[in-house]
Design a protein around this ligand. Structure first.
Ligand SMILES: CC(C)=CCC[C@@H](C)[C@H]1CC[C@H]2C3=C(CC[C@]12C)[C@@]1(C)CC[C@H](O)C[C@@H]1CC3
Length: 380
């Protein structure tokens, strides 16, 4: 079916900052994970919940229409911003400060594996000390801090969510990395940076939030200096994904709704988008296809037999069905008595659906969160 191009949403940075202040108050720099979740403004949280879930409630994959999907793409920026308004604390509580998946090696601790995935991208992009680098969709800055330490580069983190920027800024300060890192609020489809600004740009599991891959890759191409390099871990449906198969569609929609994604594409679309944007593709590989003994999705599958370090138990236990069940019911009870804001359990349950669909997508090889592409902007 022919697709109408998504409109870009009009930015309003003052409105977004005021909303961040209203919803998150002082939780941004002062509270962590679970405690931060309890400190939200209830009315503002309701607005974020309604604004996010209006795109998903009563819209099952079997009845999904192109109009429904277009409405999500048209509101990609608001949809993603509110998703992270709702999900950031849960991510930090139940995962880490690096919001991405990774490959796992035997004997390797969870955080070490996350960091290795970040180092691997820096290596493949050949990042060198002193380079001016852009991190597109930087989350709370876990990867930027690691890559800044690993490669000695200076990184600008771009993010459309003020709450994440506040947290990323506080973490950078705490780790004494403020001289190498700075954060900018903005929509990655319409960046405020001039043409030819950066030596390198990377995006770790972030550009999937764009309404169009060609749109985001073209914008990245624009801000890269000639000869500059772009490296990305992309979330994509594989060639095995069949859009006419109801089971496949259910998995894709489950991932999209629980992960704030307006439109997830297949591998061939991403490859064409890189070319159309003007990149010379130097590397493309689905890292999920490597014959690893420990699959990338295992922490979400709750298979603790794969755990490599006993010190990981407190984090990994939270991701199991039991761990999730206890935490989600607990926040549900707090919601009932008015301590947690309304919608906390709904958000957590939606993440749990996403987790199951991510695992199913991984097991059935329908989905990858680590399609690696490295492209270069021609020097002339
Ligand atoms: C959304 C994108 C593009 C990237 C984020 C990838 C992952 C870091 C997240 C995807 C699903 C998330 C879930 C959790 C943490 C972060 C993810 C793995 C939880 C484990 C957080 C704690 C909750 O109780 C359950 C969540 C399940 C999904």
């Amino acid at each position: 079916m022919a697709r109408t191009q998504a409109q870009l949403e009009k930015e309003d940075k003052e409105r977004d900052l005021a909303f961040k202040q209203a919803l998150h108050g002082k939780t941004g720099a002062e509270k962590q994970g679970f405690m931060a979740m309890m400190g939200k403004d209830h009315a503002a949280q309701k607005l974020a919940v309604d604004s996010y879930f209006k795109h998903w409630d009563n819209k099952a994959s079997a009845e999904e229409t192109e109009e429904t999907r277009k409405a999500r793409r048209d509101e990609y920026a608001t949809l993603t911003r509110h998703y992270y308004n709702l999900a950031t604390d849960l991510y930090e509580y139940g995962w880490a400060q690096s919001f991405h998946f990774c490959r796992f090696s035997k004997g390797e601790a969870f955080r070490q594996a996350l960091a290795r995935h970040e180092h691997y991208l820096a290596l493949k992009m050949n990042l060198q000390e002193g380079m001016k680098v852009l991190d597109v969709g930087c989350g709370v800055g876990g990867p930027a801090r690691e890559i800044a330490k690993f490669s000695g580069v200076n990184i600008t983190g771009l993010n459309n969510n003020d709450y994440q920027i506040e947290r990323a800024t506080a973490y950078a300060q705490k780790e004494g990395l403020s001289h190498q890192l700075n954060y900018v609020k903005g929509d990655f489809m319409q960046m405020s940076f001039p043409d030819n600004s950066f030596d390198a740009v990377y995006a770790i599991e972030a550009t999937v939030h764009a309404p169009s891959l060609e749109g985001i890759y073209s914008e990245i191409f624009r801000v890269l200096k000639p000869g500059g390099v772009f490296g990305v871990y992309e979330w994509l449906m594989t060639d095995k994904y069949n859009n006419d198969d109801p089971h496949h569609r259910e998995i894709r929609l489950g991932i999209e709704q629980g992960d704030g994604i307006s439109n997830m594409e297949k591998i061939d679309v991403a490859l064409k988008a890189m070319k159309a944007a003007g990149f010379e593709l130097e590397l493309n590989e689905d890292l999920a296809d490597r014959p690893d003994e420990l699959p990338w999705y295992w922490p979400l599958s709750g298979e603790l037999k794969y755990m490599q370090s006993i010190w990981d138990f407190p984090t990994l236990a939270r991701m199991t069905h039991i761990g999730r069940g206890i935490a989600h019911r607990f926040v549900g009870a707090l919601e009932l008595i008015g301590i947690a804001p309304k919608g906390t359990q709904k958000t957590a349950d939606s993440l749990a659906v996403a987790a199951d669909c991510l695992v199913a997508g991984g097991r059935e090889k329908l989905f990858t969160p680590m399609y690696l592409m490295v492209g270069r902007k021609p020097a002339k």
